[in-house]
Design a protein around this ligand. Structure first.
Ligand code: HEC
Ligand code: HEC
Ligand code: HEC
Ligand code: HEC
Ligand code: HEC
Length: 450
């Protein structure tokens, strides 16, 4: 109950913010000229992603461990995040090996431009352990300017462009007047409060095909993006009591190397998912009544309202599933099952995509030959059935009842599975750890008047 009230409160605040945001203007001219005066080091790559020339050395980037002494919480949280493991996780290594096998060795640099950018843009110094260290503190905190969407092209491996100024002892960040320290200079940069600092990694197109476009989805929600006042950071880096911002970067993924509840990020992911959407027994006209007259067929209306800052699911949406499950029982006759939809017996059972009336939010990548694939680079089409941010989906479940039934007990759930189980067929140890989360659930008893 408390959780429900919190959720309603959140929706209220979200809507209030959006009304407020719609009445605001966008970034000031001052801010733009300030960003444009920040320096960055340039690099140039050839079509295979190999360095032609670069001003950046891998030793310009500091080990994230060096920050732990003075920023222990930031380090500890980041260290749990998928940014810290983006080039070392079992899942990434497996998909990378598959990609190299399917395409060519140089594909590694395509993946690394987002998963391990330091290794792509800098000259390797001998003995520098930083190569293969993921999205480190310095990848983000040496960023000086905004980038744009990354586009996968057949003739050019790396197209993302990062504007970084590493190796100068300056950390850029959101603090206007930070305390001095002997270790590094600090420089305020307004982009750290903006979604643009999550580009180009969180927006990927395959030529014109919108494959993993979280940033674009966010930017298409007028209230979220118009002044940028509801950026990614608001939900993914919430402010803590001490005024600093969370660095867990909770999304929907875990490492899958442990049972879900033993994973350090499990509770964070669950908390985030519980804010994603709300389910209710409503049609677009009214809420379902407490008692209804008997008839051969009963109609249960269900409404799913997104409270999300982008599609549900977003990013690698073709790997994820979000769906409604519903069961209806006779409240008397020992709770005899009358109707069900979308119910699974185990966390690794496949959903039946052909089940009539199944409400499913996901996407499918389709190859030129018309087959489904999980490989963005093989896709020539995407069928996107994800739920756009702040949108509402209505549905109806219709089933037969006999005239002996006095009351019905109904339970509906909005479920989320971060990985479609078949994706881990070759990683059985991870497969057994795939969780199914409940985003929201509701119950109701309806009296039938004969
Ligand atoms: C010797 C202590 C020390 C070390 C080591 C250290 N910092 Fe800091 N850092 C500080 C202090 C103090 C502040 C100011 C905090 C404040 O004012 O609240 C700060 C501020 C920052 C800021 C905010 C800058 C702004 O203007 O918004 C960032 C970003 C930052 N540090 C990143 C890092 C990173 C990345 C590392 C590791 C490579 C690191 N720091 C290592 C002490 C340190
Ligand atoms: C240099 C590239 C890069 C930048 C910049 C970046 N990210 Fe990421 N992010 C990644 C990669 C790569 C992953 C996926 C890691 C993995 O699972 O292998 C990721 C994962 C995430 C996840 C977890 C997704 C999940 O499903 O669990 C969240 C949340 C996230 N990033 C938020 C942000 C936010 C917010 C920003 C901006 C403040 C940001 N990222 C900036 C590359 C980046
Ligand atoms: C209003 C809050 C909100 C905002 C704003 C927001 N997110 Fe999310 N994000 C969520 C929620 C809730 C989830 C979990 C549900 C889901 O899967 O979409 C999520 C999930 C994700 C994921 C995991 C992939 C997935 O399944 O969706 C990534 C990556 C991510 N967000 C990145 C971003 C980035 C990048 C931005 C800014 C461009 C952003 N988010 C803005 C709330 C938000
Ligand atoms: C994916 C990008 C990203 C990574 C990786 C990252 N940060 Fe941040 N950091 C940010 C952003 C964005 C903010 C500003 C958040 C806001 O103000 O809403 C921030 C804020 C900060 C601040 C200012 C205080 C605060 O929390 O607002 C410090 C200090 C800091 N980060 C240190 C670190 C350290 C140390 C690491 C590594 C252990 C790290 N960051 C990793 C993006 C990142
Ligand atoms: C444009 C940047 C970008 C490129 C290029 C990229 N990724 Fe990612 N990758 C991401 C981001 C961001 C996420 C997190 C998205 C989310 O959680 O939805 C991610 C997630 C993943 C995941 C976890 C997926 C999941 O559904 O949990 C794997 C594995 C992965 N990437 C492998 C690869 C491989 C292999 C390549 C190269 C063939 C690659 N990526 C290329 C940015 C990128």
């Amino acid at each position: 109950m408390i959780y429900k009230i919190e959720k309603l409160y959140r929706i209220f605040i979200l809507k209030l913010c959006i009304v407020f945001i719609l009445s605001c203007k966008s970034n000031s001219i001052n801010e733009i000229s300030q960003i444009q005066s920040f320096p960055y080091k340039s690099y140039h790559l050839d079509d295979s992603g190999d360095i032609l020339n670069t001003e950046i050395f891998s030793s310009d980037f500091q080990d994230s461990k060096d920050c732990a002494e003075c920023h222990p919480n930031h380090y500890e949280e980041w260290n749990m995040s998928s940014h810290a493991h983006s080039s070392s996780s079992i899942f990434f290594q497996k998909r990378l090996a598959d990609a190299v096998h399917e395409h060519e060795q140089s594909i590694e640099r395509f993946c690394d431009q987002c998963h391990d950018p330091i290794s792509v843009i800098s000259e390797k110094d001998e003995n520098n352990s930083l190569i293969h260290s993921g999205v480190t503190c310095d990848v983000c905190h040496t960023m000086t300017r905004k980038s744009s969407t990354t586009i996968a092209l057949p003739h050019q491996i790396v197209t993302s462009q990062l504007f970084l100024n590493p190796g100068e002892g300056i950390k850029y960040g959101p603090l206007n007047s930070p305390n001095q320290n002997n270790y590094h200079e600090s420089q305020f940069n307004p982009i750290y409060k903006q979604s643009e600092s999550c580009l180009p990694c969180h927006d990927l197109k395959h030529e014109d095909l919108e494959t993993e476009i979280t940033f674009t989805e966010w930017s298409r929600i007028p209230g979220m993006s118009m002044s940028g006042a509801f950026p990614c950071q608001q939900c993914h880096m919430p402010e803590k009591e001490d005024g600093t911002h969370e660095h867990h970067f909770a999304g929907v993924d875990l490492s899958y190397e442990l049972p879900p509840k033993e994973e350090p990020l499990y509770n964070k992911v669950l908390e985030l998912l519980e804010t994603a959407a709300q389910i209710s027994f409503k049609s677009n006209i009214e809420e379902i009544a407490d008692s209804i007259a008997w008839s051969n067929y009963i109609n249960i209306p269900v409404r799913i309202e997104s409270l999300n800052g982008h599609h549900l699911p977003s990013g690698t949406s073709f790997n994820r599933e979000c769906w409604v499950s519903i069961e209806v029982r006779d409240s008397d006759a020992n709770g005899e099952l009358i109707y069900k939809n979308g119910i699974l017996e185990s966390t690794i059972e496949l959903l039946n995509y052909y089940e009539k009336d199944l409400v499913l939010f996901t996407s499918f990548l389709i190859t030129e030959e018309g087959d489904t694939t999980q490989d963005v680079l093989k896709a020539s089409q995407i069928i996107n059935h994800s739920l756009p941010g702040l949108n509402i989906k209505y549905t109806d479940y219709r089933f037969k009842i006999n005239n002996q039934i006095k009351s019905l007990w109904i339970k509906a759930k909005l479920n989320f599975r971060p990985i479609k189980p078949f994706i881990f067929d070759e990683l059985p140890l991870l497969k057994q750890n795939i969780p199914i989360y409940t985003i929201d659930e509701i119950e109701k008893t309806i009296h039938i008047i004969n």
